[in-house]
Ligand binder design. Structure first.
Ligand SMILES: *Cc1c(COP(=O)(O)O)cnc(C)c1O
Length: 415
């Protein structure tokens, strides 16, 4: 990596910020390569140190030696709610109201159908057109199954599209492209005023941007665990249902694991009480165990710690971009703290080449079509000095026009 006198002062400032960070100690909880600045924790969180030993133990001892008895002896059946209770504080959920299992995609389908059924007779499903694609497709699939009309709202004002024929609103708290965030409490209140319910997707929030589902009087939520929660590739997602809705819920995938007596093998589905009714099939024990071990990285970390460090990192990132790259890249992530998630997205005509050239210099970000370079700021392991390195190397790439290398004209399958 190239040094630059221009960044010496910034580096010193960053070292001082890292020294007083309330999360200075948590980076050691991750197994990160020394020579990489990893700013893709919003896509695949880094590996927490305890995960390899835990997964090896679950495979060799619980599965290998305990065999089928481990369903009882190793507490496998409790994993979906036990792991959920460890995530709960970061989303303002009550212990026991969060269930982990299945992909975000499947959890969202289940949540949206369940939510729409809370408002029978209403025929509209409102969703933002700029949300994550799987959310778009699932919303349209749900509308087809329930014969609802999809209403595309203005992402800047979703509540304006909610009327007395709206059953459910589907919103992603932090936009995956721009990093802009909704005021979850205010939007929830607005949706409720029209008598509708809202399903929040917290995939780009959980583990970096705390929310208070209980305080906001929210309805249902889902979220990804392989991003800021570092649960590992394809880790199972979570579902939360407000306690007041739980007794009235009718979910569309009522499998045997959501039955109050799964081993009674009865003909009719008798839903388990509480959030357990949202289960469908057998819990993914290996993945849940990896996620459980990953959550050790959050031990003693408060939601406030995450937010303070995340904003400090993105403040520094945006300041350095304004100072060193004026007019050369366009920040699309909001400046206001209240509207900012935990990433910095920069618009550039050759954003893909920029991201690839940065990776060659040891700075990993990612690219989102058509022209955004994204830099995720996972507060548990990204340091202020990493942010300085990232911007310093970005200046070097652009100065040397490395982003224009013809090799970057062809994109990888995963960008
Ligand atoms: C990451 C993400 C998903 C992921 O869904 P999978 O089912 O795990 O592929 C869904 N929605 C949003 C908003 C996301 O950010």
């Amino acid at each position: 990596m190239s040094g630059s006198a221009l960044f010496e002062e910034a580096h010193e400032r960053a070292v001082a910020l890292d020294a007083v960070s309330p999360l200075a100690h948590t980076r050691a909880r991750f197994d990160l390569p020394e020579d990489v600045v990893y700013l893709v924790g919003n896509s695949l969180g880094a590996l927490p140190v305890g995960v390899p030993a835990r997964t090896a133990e679950v495979v060799a001892r619980q599965w290998g030696h305990g065999l089928v008895g481990s369903w009882n002896d190793a507490g496998w059946m409790d994993l979906p709610t036990r792991v959920g209770s460890r995530i709960a504080p970061f989303v303002g959920a009550g212990t026991g109201d969060l269930l982990v299992g299945d992909s975000t995609t499947v959890c969202l389908f289940r949540a949206l159908v369940s939510a729409a059924r809370l408002r029978p007779g209403r025929r509209r499903l409102v969703i933002e057109p700029s949300t994550f694609p799987t959310d778009l497709y699932i919303a349209q699939g749900v509308a087809e199954v329930l014969d609802l009309e999809v209403v595309w709202c203005d992402p800047a004002d979703p509540v304006a599209s909610v009327d007395d024929d709206t059953a459910v609103v589907c919103l992603t708290h932090v936009d995956f492209r721009t990093g802009a965030t909704y005021d979850l409490a205010a939007v929830t209140t607005g949706v409720h005023a029209a008598g509708a319910v809202v399903v929040w997707d917290l995939s780009h929030s959980t583990g970096a941007v705390p929310v208070d589902l209980t305080g906001a009087d929210a309805d249902l939520a889902v979220g990804c665990t392989y991003k800021y929660l570092s649960g590992g590739p394809g880790a199972p997602a979570f579902t939360w249902v407000a306690p007041r809705h739980q007794p009235h819920l009718r979910q569309p995938l009522p499998g045997w694991m959501g039955h109050v007596r799964p081993f009674a093998m009865e003909r009719e589905h008798d839903a388990a009480p509480g959030i357990a009714a949202m289960a469908s099939g057998t819990p993914p024990v290996l993945a849940l165990s990896a996620l459980d071990a990953a959550l050790d990285a959050f031990d003693g970390v408060t939601p406030e710690d995450l937010r303070v460090v995340s904003l400090s990192l993105s403040d520094l990132f945006l300041d350095l971009v304004a100072e060193h790259l004026p007019g050369r890249v366009e920040p699309v992530t909001p400046r206001e703290h209240a509207r900012r998630g935990s990433q910095v997205s920069l618009r550039h005509e050759h954003a893909y080449g920029l991201v690839r050239a940065l990776a060659v210099r040891g700075v990993q970000g990612d690219f989102r079509d058509p022209d955004l370079a994204r830099f995720g700021l996972a507060p548990l392991y990204v340091r202020h000095v990493d942010v300085v390195t990232a911007v310093r190397e970005m200046v070097a790439v652009l100065d040397a026009e490395e982003h224009l290398d013809p090799a970057y004209a062809v994109r990888n399958a995963v960008t």
